[in-house]
Design a protein around this ligand. Structure first.
Ligand code: SF4
Length: 120
Protein backbone atom coordinates (compact mmCIF):
# COMPACT_ATOMS: atom_id res chain seq x y z
CA UNK A 1 0.00 0.00 0.00
CA UNK A 2 1.30 3.45 -0.87
CA UNK A 3 2.63 5.88 1.69
CA UNK A 4 5.55 8.19 2.25
CA UNK A 5 7.72 5.52 3.84
CA UNK A 6 9.63 4.80 0.62
CA UNK A 7 9.21 7.74 -1.70
CA UNK A 8 7.29 10.84 -2.64
CA UNK A 9 6.69 12.44 -6.00
CA UNK A 10 6.22 16.11 -6.82
CA UNK A 11 4.93 16.93 -10.29
CA UNK A 12 6.23 19.87 -12.31
CA UNK A 13 3.07 21.81 -11.41
CA UNK A 14 3.66 21.22 -7.69
CA UNK A 15 1.29 18.35 -6.91
CA UNK A 16 2.45 16.01 -4.15
CA UNK A 17 1.76 12.38 -4.95
CA UNK A 18 2.66 9.05 -3.32
CA UNK A 19 4.57 8.06 -6.48
CA UNK A 20 5.00 8.96 -10.15
CA UNK A 21 2.57 6.26 -11.33
CA UNK A 22 -0.44 7.52 -9.38
CA UNK A 23 -3.05 9.68 -11.12
CA UNK A 24 -2.86 13.38 -10.33
CA UNK A 25 -6.45 13.23 -9.12
CA UNK A 26 -5.03 11.56 -5.98
CA UNK A 27 -2.73 14.49 -5.13
CA UNK A 28 -2.03 14.68 -1.41
CA UNK A 29 -1.12 18.34 -1.41
CA UNK A 30 0.84 20.91 -3.36
CA UNK A 31 4.04 22.89 -3.34
CA UNK A 32 3.70 26.55 -4.29
CA UNK A 33 6.23 29.38 -4.49
CA UNK A 34 5.23 30.41 -0.97
CA UNK A 35 4.54 27.20 0.94
CA UNK A 36 3.75 23.52 1.07
CA UNK A 37 0.06 22.79 1.44
CA UNK A 38 -0.53 19.42 2.97
CA UNK A 39 -3.26 18.29 5.30
CA UNK A 40 -2.24 15.13 7.19
CA UNK A 41 -5.68 14.72 8.80
CA UNK A 42 -7.39 14.76 5.41
CA UNK A 43 -4.88 12.28 4.00
CA UNK A 44 -5.30 9.96 6.99
CA UNK A 45 -9.08 10.20 6.68
CA UNK A 46 -8.97 9.37 2.95
CA UNK A 47 -6.55 6.44 3.42
CA UNK A 48 -8.56 5.08 6.36
CA UNK A 49 -11.72 5.30 4.25
CA UNK A 50 -10.08 3.26 1.47
CA UNK A 51 -8.65 0.71 3.93
CA UNK A 52 -12.07 0.32 5.52
CA UNK A 53 -13.75 -0.29 2.16
CA UNK A 54 -11.05 -2.75 1.04
CA UNK A 55 -10.77 -4.51 4.38
CA UNK A 56 -13.72 -6.80 3.70
CA UNK A 57 -12.18 -8.03 0.44
CA UNK A 58 -8.59 -8.24 1.73
CA UNK A 59 -9.58 -10.21 4.85
CA UNK A 60 -11.01 -12.97 2.65
CA UNK A 61 -8.09 -12.86 0.19
CA UNK A 62 -5.69 -15.81 0.35
CA UNK A 63 -2.95 -13.70 -1.24
CA UNK A 64 -2.86 -11.13 1.56
CA UNK A 65 0.38 -12.56 3.04
CA UNK A 66 2.34 -11.49 -0.03
CA UNK A 67 0.16 -8.68 -1.32
CA UNK A 68 2.04 -5.88 -3.03
CA UNK A 69 -1.00 -4.34 -4.70
CA UNK A 70 -1.18 -0.56 -4.71
CA UNK A 71 -4.74 0.46 -3.93
CA UNK A 72 -4.61 3.36 -6.37
CA UNK A 73 -4.61 0.72 -9.12
CA UNK A 74 -7.62 -1.20 -7.88
CA UNK A 75 -10.65 -0.94 -10.16
CA UNK A 76 -13.29 1.49 -8.93
CA UNK A 77 -11.24 2.51 -5.89
CA UNK A 78 -13.28 5.72 -5.75
CA UNK A 79 -16.52 3.79 -5.32
CA UNK A 80 -17.93 1.88 -2.37
CA UNK A 81 -17.38 -1.38 -4.26
CA UNK A 82 -13.79 -1.51 -5.49
CA UNK A 83 -12.77 -4.79 -7.10
CA UNK A 84 -9.19 -5.95 -6.75
CA UNK A 85 -8.11 -7.96 -9.79
CA UNK A 86 -5.37 -9.62 -7.71
CA UNK A 87 -7.88 -11.06 -5.21
CA UNK A 88 -7.22 -14.78 -4.62
CA UNK A 89 -9.81 -17.30 -3.52
CA UNK A 90 -8.53 -20.62 -2.22
CA UNK A 91 -8.54 -22.19 -5.69
CA UNK A 92 -6.47 -19.29 -7.11
CA UNK A 93 -4.08 -19.57 -4.18
CA UNK A 94 -3.51 -23.33 -4.65
CA UNK A 95 -3.01 -22.79 -8.37
CA UNK A 96 -0.48 -19.95 -7.89
CA UNK A 97 1.34 -21.67 -5.02
CA UNK A 98 1.51 -24.92 -7.00
CA UNK A 99 2.91 -23.08 -9.99
CA UNK A 100 5.61 -21.42 -7.83
CA UNK A 101 6.54 -24.74 -6.22
CA UNK A 102 6.74 -26.30 -9.68
CA UNK A 103 9.19 -23.61 -10.81
CA UNK A 104 11.37 -24.18 -7.72
CA UNK A 105 11.21 -27.94 -8.22
CA UNK A 106 12.37 -27.68 -11.82
CA UNK A 107 14.96 -24.96 -11.16
CA UNK A 108 16.68 -25.73 -7.85
CA UNK A 109 19.23 -22.95 -8.46
CA UNK A 110 16.45 -20.39 -7.82
CA UNK A 111 15.65 -22.10 -4.53
CA UNK A 112 19.34 -22.08 -3.56
CA UNK A 113 19.61 -18.38 -4.38
CA UNK A 114 16.56 -17.64 -2.25
CA UNK A 115 18.22 -19.43 0.67
CA UNK A 116 21.21 -17.08 0.35
CA UNK A 117 19.10 -13.94 0.70
CA UNK A 118 19.71 -12.27 4.03
CA UNK A 119 16.68 -10.56 5.53
CA UNK A 120 17.39 -7.35 7.36
S1 SF4 B 1 -4.46 -8.86 -3.54
FE1 SF4 B 1 -6.11 -7.34 -3.49
S2 SF4 B 1 -7.72 -8.30 -2.28
FE2 SF4 B 1 -5.84 -9.44 -1.90
S3 SF4 B 1 -4.96 -8.53 -0.05
FE3 SF4 B 1 -4.04 -7.50 -1.82
S4 SF4 B 1 -5.32 -5.70 -2.19
FE4 SF4 B 1 -6.49 -7.09 -0.88
Amino acid sequence: MPSFHKKIYISCDGKILPCEKVSHKYALGEVTDKCVNINPELIAEKYNQIFEILNHQCNRCHGKMFCGKCFFFIDQIDSNHPKCNAYMDLKDFYYTFGKLLGILEHTPSIYNNILKIKLS
